[in-house]
Write a protein that binds this ligand. Structure first.
Ligand code: NAP
Length: 476
């Protein structure tokens, strides 16, 4: 597929192109233009015109267009899923799951279009003030730059574009260079569904080039970014005075309490699924598991047994559970991190082998020292760390011993313990008797510490993507 940029509704091609490869075998999937600063500028100019048009659409018109877009994607689910598999390398089962979620995210955004609300302000609650009447309204920001990662190109782009359009903004999207073709299709669907072509722009190319130009553009009023901490910090240091939402990385921790013996098999299976879904390339993948000493060996037995049943291979096959990671460079780094942990004294429980340039066996590593990269960093690969702890307090301390704080989980029957964990763990979301990988698209989602700033979930994203205007009438 020959990709193109979408600027003001026009397809823009360039002489210089970037190739997109299927992560499983390196075959060519398509090309995208290598956009530059001028393209970013043109897209922002188009979006300014788009903004004037979207903000004049009624709430009902925006609702209808988003709802229609959801229906179109639902109808074309197979086509979107197949492209996701080719670009991301996720299994076809995972790809169908992502399409379903994207349909839901757009539907939720459509509903939010009807609820962009303010409220009355009691001016007479200040001493000496009377005869004033007023309220505040939520108004759109203008042009919003949406920068998205490779792992969920469809649903995570919907999480930005859906609420942005629902609230009356226009967007310029810069997708990951690995997974831009899916995003181009999404933008075309939004235009087909009724949004002005100038309001939905896509620029493609390298983050450091066209992405950087978008970030630096002073007419872009907000950057909503999902990606790594490193890129997030660069963006915030270069973008100047604008709003930012940062949905960044993590190394999610989960605690298995001593009272989980009876359902250890079920818990171990959930944890393995949470660690190996999308080959561990989910921002809330289970990475660090803390197990109470009394259950440590039994847990390892169960999690190893389940992991051995996972089928690794071609993501296009219905029976595959774990596909490749995004590229050879990512696989090289993941293997280095496993080796480094082993050199520092960790032990491999299962997996640990590389099956091809991009395929890595689902790997469990135990007793990983706290100074190993596998404990400290975000591995973003099919690797789970299992460490022993002797109390809830030690587990809380271990989960918090991380620069990140996106989501965490605890499996326990102890209500007070669960509440203590929820109170004391520094994360944006706490899952009780569930893995930290659990997310539904309407919930407030986002991190603390280096995991980010702001929240997604259409209701919360609409708040981020609007500003408050106060209107006061003197009635005296
Ligand atoms: P990434 O390397 O940070 O890239 C994300 C996006 O930023 C890409 O579109 C990239 O473009 C662009 N970019 C890179 N440098 C830029 C710059 N200087 N200015 C503007 N844009 C720039 O992340 P990734 O590898 O695609 O995704 C994996 C990361 O995303 C992980 O850390 C994961 O945890 C995080 N993530 C977080 C969430 C969440 O909701 N918290 C969800 C999913 C993923 P190029 O691709 O062209 O470089």
């Amino acid at each position: 597929m020959k990709g193109y940029m979408l600027i003001g509704g026009k397809r823009v091609f360039k002489k210089e192109e970037i190739e997109i490869h299927f992560p499983y075998d390196g075959s060519l999937v398509g090309t995208i233009p290598r956009g530059d600063e001028k393209d970013a500028q043109l897209a922002v100019e188009a979006a300014k015109i788009g903004f004037e048009k979207v903000k004049r659409m009624t709430a009902y018109e925006r609702f209808r267009a988003l709802e229609r877009a959801a229906r179109i994607i639902s109808r074309r689910a197979q086509e979107f899923a197949e492209l996701l598999t080719l670009e991301v390398g996720k299994t076809i089962k995972e790809a169908m799951g992502e399409v379903g979620r994207a349909v839901n995210t757009l539907t939720l955004s459509a509903e939010e279009a009807k609820r962009v609300l303010g409220e009355e302000v009691r001016f007479d609650a200040a001493p000496g003030i009377s005869g004033k009447l007023g309220f505040y309204r939520r108004v759109p920001l203008g042009v919003i730059g949406c920068i998205t990662p490779f792992n969920f190109p469809l649903n995570l782009t919907c999480h930005k574009v859906g609420p942005a359009l629902a609230a009356g903004n226009a967007v310029v999207i810069k997708p990951s260079e690995n997974t831009s073709l899916t995003v181009i299709k999404l933008a075309e669907v939004l235009i087909e569904a009724g949004f002005p072509p100038e309001a939905v722009n896509v620029i493609t190319g390298y983050g450091e080039e066209v992405g950087d130009a978008l970030v630096r553009n002073p007419e872009v009023r907000m950057i909503t970014f999902t990606g790594s901490v490193e890129t997030g910090k660069i963006i915030m240091s270069r973008g100047g005075l604008k709003k930012y939402v940062m949905e960044l990385g993590s190394n999610a921790g989960v605690y298995v309490d001593r009272d989980q013996k009876e359902r250890l098999k079920e818990v171990a299976e959930k944890i393995a699924r949470g660690g190996f879904a999308l080959a561990g390339q989910v921002c809330i993948s289970v990475q660090r598991v803390f197990v109470h000493t009394e259950l440590f060996n039994d847990f390892l037995k169960e999690v190893r047994a389940f992991t051995k049943t996972l089928k690794v291979g071609d993501p296009r096959e219905e029976t595959t559970d774990v596909g490749p990671v995004i590229d050879k460079g990512a696989a090289d780094r993941i293997m280095e991190w496993i080796e480094e942990a082993v050199c520092r004294g960790a032990e491999i429980v299962c997996g640990g082998k590389r099956l091809s340039d991009t395929l890595i066996e689902p790997t469990i590593v135990k007793n990983v020292p706290r100074n190993a990269k596998l404990f400290r960093g975000e591995v973003f690969g099919p690797v789970i760390v299992v460490n022993e702890v002797s109390s809830l307090e030690e587990a809380i301390e271990g989960v918090n011993d991380s620069p990140y704080g996106l989501q965490a989980g605890i499996f326990t029957n102890d209500l007070k313990g669960a509440l203590k964990f929820a109170d004391e763990v520094e994360c944006g979301g706490i899952m009780v008797n569930e893995i930290p990988t659990f997310r539904v698209d309407q919930m407030p989602y986002g991190g603390v510490k280096e995991s980010g700033i702001g929240r997604e979930g259409p209701k919360f994203a609409v708040e981020e993507m609007t500003e408050i205007k106060t209107i006061c009438f003197d009635m005296n």
